[in-house]
Write a protein that binds this ligand. Structure first.
Ligand code: SAM
Length: 226
């Protein structure tokens, strides 16, 4: 199941990709699409706020481009649970709800001001929990699918992946990481030197490169070695 989700996303993602020279046009289209989407949903999800924890490696609050969300989540609609790592104001959560996602959605947000906004926005939704705090301190064994839109530094990403592994010892987990500008794109191996990979697990990762709007998505499929 995890494998299917992973493969499907890669395939869909390739369809969103396009030549670099269209970047300005795509960015303009994205901006309009996001503004219109926010307007229709009655909230400015796109507003950027710098993190009060930037020195710890936490990135600013900004929202995933609505144009790439179908590619990222299409095959995740049937899943039981989705954790938005650093949910920000919750555009992804709103999008999932709008598209009929019936599973549990957990949004974790470290910035208390932003977390409170999200809590308020989704207070009426039975299947949404917004937790305010550091995801690294809040991971739970039942969480198996994570979505990250560039929430933190490579250092924190490593700690995050390392923390998931022992929790999911027999079952594996899938992490989709959108637009990881912070990753070393030209040499994916640098992100995971082989002595880093926690045993007895393997970490498979795939980087889809250089796409105008979409940029890059990294998929980390964590699973126990047979
Ligand atoms: C780029 S925003 C993504 C927002 C949302 N996931 C989306 O895609 O629309 C990244 C968010 O991650 C949050 N964040 C960073 N480090 C975190 C951590 N350790 N635990 C929880 N949230 C974190 C930041 O405060 C920020 O709001």
């Amino acid at each position: 199941m995890i494998e299917n989700w992973h493969n499907r996303i890669v395939k869909e993602q390739a369809m969103v990709a396009g030549p670099r020279r269209f970047r300005p046009l795509r960015m303009a289209v994205s901006r309009i699409a996001n503004d219109v989407w926010d307007l229709r949903n009655g909230f400015d999800f796109g507003k950027i706020k710098h993190s009060p924890y930037a020195t710890l490696g936490c990135n600013a609050t900004m929202s995933t481009d609505v144009l790439v969300l179908p590619a990222i989540f299409d095959d995740a609609m049937e899943t039981k649970r989705m954790v938005d790592v650093g949910c920000g104001r919750g555009r992804v959560i709103r999008w999932l709800l709008n598209h009929g996602y019936k599973g549990k959605i957990v949004g974790v947000e470290i910035d208390p001001e932003i977390g409170r906004i999200a809590q308020e926005l989704f207070s009426e939704e039975d299947n949404v929990d917004i937790l305010v705090g550091d995801i690294l301190q809040m991971l739970r064994p039942e969480w198996d699918r994570y979505y990250c839109y560039n929430p933190f530094s490579v250092h924190m990403l490593r700690r995050f992946l390392n923390a998931i592994v022992p929790l999911r010892m027999n079952n594996g987990a899938c992490v989709a990481y959108y637009n990881p500008r912070i990753l070393t794109l030209d040499n994916g191996d640098q992100l995971f030197p082989h002595d880093y990979i926690p045993k007895p697990w393997t970490v498979k990762y795939k980087l889809t490169k250089a796409i105008p709007v979409v940029n890059v998505i990294a998929y980390f499929v964590l699973k126990p070695t047979p």
